[in-house]
Design a protein around this ligand. Structure first.
Ligand SMILES: [Zn+2]
Length: 198
């Protein structure tokens, strides 16, 4: 497919996706070329629609079609506890257990000096601002148990301790290095209920 500029452009765009190498990108591009016009138009429209019509909730930083999002504006939820997660997938996993009824804060990443991710690259400032103007009694830190997740948890705990609320960390009932999003419902349930004070 070398030399056909529109296809080269498509392969290059696809290979920028996480986990997609040049080979997979070429395979996907070929799939697109062999697909119906209707499918390709729907694929393109859904990409643009997701980007255009979804915003970040100004309270929790989660993806939402409204601001504040449905979770932040739900009165029946426990607004005195905020669960801090690295990304939206982790929030969805915890939400999926059905055993947590508090609010969330999505960091959109974890601290990683090796990858050049410092405190300014993730939504820590937004968390501090939020905590300074709310009456939260517990901050439940549910970042992963890998090095980056632990570093992020410790950093946030240190930074928020002066505010005076209880800071807890979900229990690691899983091997070090595991991520929240891959925990099954029971493990995640136990991790939430077995949280310990930091
Ligand atoms: Zn929200």
């Amino acid at each position: 497919m070398k030399g056909i500029e529109p296809i080269t452009r498509l392969v290059s765009a696809l290979s920028a996706l996480p986990g997609v190498g040049e080979k997979t990108a070429s395979r996907l591009a070929l799939y697109v070329m062999n697909s119906s016009d209707a499918y390709v138009r729907e694929l393109a429209a859904s990409l643009i629609g997701a980007k255009d019509d979804v915003m970040l909730c100004s309270v929790c930083m989660g993806f939402s079609e409204t601001d504040p999002c449905a979770i932040c504006s739900e009165i029946s939820r426990d607004h005195s506890i905020i669960c801090v997660v690295s990304d939206f997938k982790d929030m969805a996993a915890i939400e999926g257990t059905g055993s947590y009824n508090g609010l969330y804060h999505i960091l959109h990443g974890a601290l990683s000096p090796l990858k050049g991710v410092g405190p300014d690259e993730i939504k820590i400032k937004e968390l501090l601002m939020r905590l300074s103007s709310s009456t939260v009694s517990e901050l439940l830190i549910a970042t992963g148990f890998d090095v980056e997740g632990e570093a992020t948890a410790n950093y946030i705990a240190k930074l928020t301790r002066p505010i005076g609320m209880t800071i807890t960390r979900i229990a690691s009932g899983v091997p070090v290095g595991s991520f929240i999003e891959y925990m099954d419902k029971n493990t995640l349930d136990r991790a939430l209920s077995g949280r310990r004070e930091m």
